[in-house]
Design a protein around this ligand. Structure first.
Ligand SMILES: [Fe+2]
Length: 288
């Protein structure tokens, strides 16, 4: 019979999990066991604290559904999502940096033409985001797909609202010359959802629970690494304290005020509008 003691339990548990049939699973699980046990020893975890943690995890699962991703949010505010992104996307310094996906992306957004309006009838100041998609050597990436999503002028995403149709999200395609044009509304900085277990935990700290104003992008193109990133408004509040650690200097863009007149897609905008220009630089796929 195997005698279990406080001293040998970590070794015993690791040995069991090392039997995982997939070698990578065995590596992940033995390391997880080791670090969890080290954590418990380091903080002298009490049973009450352990139970509180289990209940928090349970609540995080229970509040999640196909639209609410509380575990992604938890990972984001712990800095884990951004760490994983940085380790796995060590792009050339000239390429557009990757950031977190966040909890609000929805698959299957409708495709819009160059300059098509993804804000539809959502109120806000018209915003045109224009520029080119190119490779590291400057070659246009024709046909690159830009999946775009953002919050409304109140800071709310479609995933947080009870709506049936796509709202403030769309897919655009770069033209032959690599040019793209997104028509939307200016985003607003917002608080992450504070009505769930993540919010409950954050409220016990001095952590700012806001994100600076931004628009999300997921770019895909044949022969290039997928790029998940954001563009942030220069001068926006919370740029220095982004609760999910997603802000990067290279992604901060000037939002220029424009008078009524011709918009970047050649149409006429009869109210004041805002223009943000940004060229996305994609990292070619590593040779396999
Ligand atoms: Fe966001």
């Amino acid at each position: 019979m195997q005698l279990v003691t406080e001293d040998n339990i970590t070794e015993l548990a690791q040995r069991r999990w090392a039997t995982a049939k997939d070698p990578r699973t065995a590596e992940l699980m033995t390391a997880l066991v080791r670090h969890l046990h080290d954590f418990a020893r380091e903080v002298r975890l009490t049973e009450a604290e352990w139970m509180t943690a289990v209940q928090w995890l349970t609540a995080t699962g229970q509040i999640s559904d196909e639209k609410r991703e509380e575990f992604i949010l938890a990972s984001d505010v712990l800095g884990l999502s951004m760490l994983v992104v940085q380790m796995n996307h060590r792009f050339d310094p000239a390429a557009t940096p990757a950031t977190v996906l966040g909890p609000f992306h929805i698959d299957g957004s409708p495709e819009l033409e160059f300059g098509g309006d993804m804000s539809d009838d959502v109120e806000g100041t018209p915003l045109y985001i224009t520029g080119n998609v190119r490779s590291l050597d400057g070659t246009p990436v024709a046909g690159a797909v830009l999946d775009v999503w953002q919050a409304d002028a109140e800071g709310a995403y479609e995933a947080q609202l009870d709506v049936d149709e796509a709202r403030l999200r769309a897919k655009y395609r770069a033209r032959e010359d690599g040019a793209y044009c997104v028509r939307t509304i200016t985003p607003k900085g917002y608080s992450i959802p504070m009505d769930g277990p993540v919010g409950t935990l954050i409220e016990q700290t001095e952590i700012s629970h806001f994100r600076p104003a931004h628009v999300h992008f997921l770019l895909t193109a044949e022969g290039f690494e997928p790029l998940i990133t954001h563009l942030f408004e220069e001068g926006a509040e919370y740029l220095d304290s982004d609760v999910v650690f997603g802000t990067k200097q290279e992604l901060v863009v000037r939002f220029e005020q424009r008078e009524p007149g011709t918009a970047p897609d050649g149409t006429t905008c009869d109210v004041p509008w805002v223009e943000a220009r940004y060229d996305f630089v994609l990292q070619p796929c590593a040779p396999r």
